[in-house]
Design a protein around this ligand. Sequence first.
Ligand SMILES: *Cc1c(COP(=O)(O)O)cnc(C)c1O
Length: 360
Amino acid sequence: MSTIRNLLREHLRGMRPYESARRSMSGGNIWLNANESPYSPACSGSFANLNRYPNFQSAELNNAYARYAKVSESSVMSHRGSDEAIDILIRAFCEPAKDKIMICPPTYGMYAISAGVNGNAVTSVPLLQCDNTWVLDVDNISNNLDNVKIVFICSPSNPLGNTVSDEQIQQVLEITQGKCLVVVDEAYIEYADSASATRFLKTYEHLIVTRTMSKAFGLAGIRVGFTLANSSIVEALTPVLAPYPLPEVSIQIATKALTADALIDMRQNVIEAQGERERLTSTLTTYSWVKRAMSSVTNFVLLQVDSAESLVSFLESKGILIRNQSAQMNLSNCVRITVGSPAENDALIANLNEYPGAKL
Ligand SMILES: *Cc1c(COP(=O)(O)O)cnc(C)c1O
């Protein structure tokens, strides 16, 4: 054992893996801890030709996504979830042990994990709390760009559920021009009725927008995500990406999920989730043990409660999984609850009506 440890690259020896929702909790029958859609779309494929390697990039899939996202075809790269975009961007642009990435916590955990694996340090510029929401600290971002190659902005934010304003995105694009790249992670963009940062791609060559089919499309299981960027960035990433990044099965299912009929279903599910989110939020805010509910444009709600640990374990004992976010900067006693199906949300509320009475 110790020999293997000694053989391991030094910077990886103490490293802990990302505590994904799936890895950190098991069991339960209502899963509200991973921001998945409660619905699995009907999937079918011809699944012929599985004896053949897939194309490096499927023109059919990328063109379908380009039409959906209203970007040019040369601006699209598809790969294994948007998590792989984070990884290949860091491996392509960040020199190990020298370059840094910048994050603005509280934020999505994979940026720091992927940087750590590649041997890159992380500069943190925490979000500022302002008028009951959270905003970027643009001045501090500007003052801490030394050796930073990529700034990661999560908008809509996981775990906060809000968006970064257009003005702030544009300010960050202005101050980073000629210095580093800016990634806007739009995993939840379908749930937010706001415009995508893709409209800045024409003006800013150093912008990258990442997208996924894991959330609103209800296809987390097929692992398909996209990088949207100017072709110079797409070309730079090409040698870093695996030669066959997506299974043929995933390519076929994802392409079908982008047809007109499938998009209508996806948008219908989004509308239901938005309605359920508002119903859930207004019920949650009536409980005395809820200190604060962040207003959300996503398919989840972030709550500050009296005790995150006791709420998570109470619900777990009822078979309902939610996510404790207390380890995140400035989120003590916060939990994140994914919006489930109407029946799942009813079950959640019925159980919460017994909390904290059941705890005492
Ligand atoms: C879920 C999530 C992802 C990961 O998406 P995959 O496409 O499944 O890899 C990326 N970013 C954020 C903010 C997420 O919440």
